[in-house]
Design a protein around this ligand. Structure first.
Ligand code: SF4
Ligand code: SF4
Length: 182
């Protein structure tokens, strides 16, 4: 009996490990894993498709205080309650600009319920400015172009205004001349 048990033990020792010493050893997950969302703020147009499609009503659009945003977005950015999210991925599918994506981050445990509400700022990846440098550059260039356009528009308006003023002044002088002659 003892010999049998020793044999069994030796056999077990030769086997591969089936458990991991988490969190020191992390489980590798598939690239297609649906974990925590990430938000690309320069792409979000505030359309609200993610809000409408969520079956658990865990998304709402809120204001975002961040230097890199989409200037066309006037409605807000998604805030997600991870505590009620079922990680179905419908919001990611519905997003027309690829601004909301699901990452492989599965370490979301928290002691407090309120910590599970992820504001848009919390959903933006830490390395966003580095990873999306090109997008930020494009956005800045577009901003400068829009500023120039606005400036030109302003100049044109000012020109038209001064032309109108000059015309009315001329007409006034003409009328004055006519009344003096009469
Ligand atoms: S993954 Fe599903 S449940 Fe979670 S926020 Fe997106 S749509 Fe809602
Ligand atoms: S994250 Fe996507 S779907 Fe949601 S509001 Fe922004 S652009 Fe629309």
């Amino acid at each position: 009996m003892v010999l049998k048990n020793i044999k069994l033990l030796l056999g077990m020792l030769r086997r591969d490990e089936v458990t991991r010493l988490y969190p020191e050893v992390k489980t590798e997950v598939s690239e297609r894993w649906r974990g925590l969302h990430e938000l690309i703020p320069t792409r979000c147009i505030g359309c609200g498709s993610c809000v409408r499609v969520c079956p658990n009503y865990c998304i709402q659009l809120v204001p975002l205080n961040y230097p890199y945003k989409n200037p066309k977005n006037k409605k807000g950015y998604p805030q997600i309650d991870i505590g009620t999210c079922l990680f179905c991925g419908l919001c990611e599918e519905a997003c027309p600009t690829d601004a909301l994506r699901m990452t492989t981050n599965y370490e979301l445990a928290s002691w407090y319920r309120h910590e599970l509400i992820y504001s848009p700022r919390k959903l933006i990846p830490e390395d966003f400015p580095k990873r999306y440098r090109d997008e930020i550059k494009k956005l800045r260039e577009a901003g400068k172009k829009a500023e120039k356009k606005d400036e030109k528009r302003g100049e044109k308006k000012a020109e038209k205004k001064s032309e109108k003023k000059a015309e009315t002044k001329k007409e006034g002088e003409k009328e004055k001349g006519r009344s003096e002659n009469a």
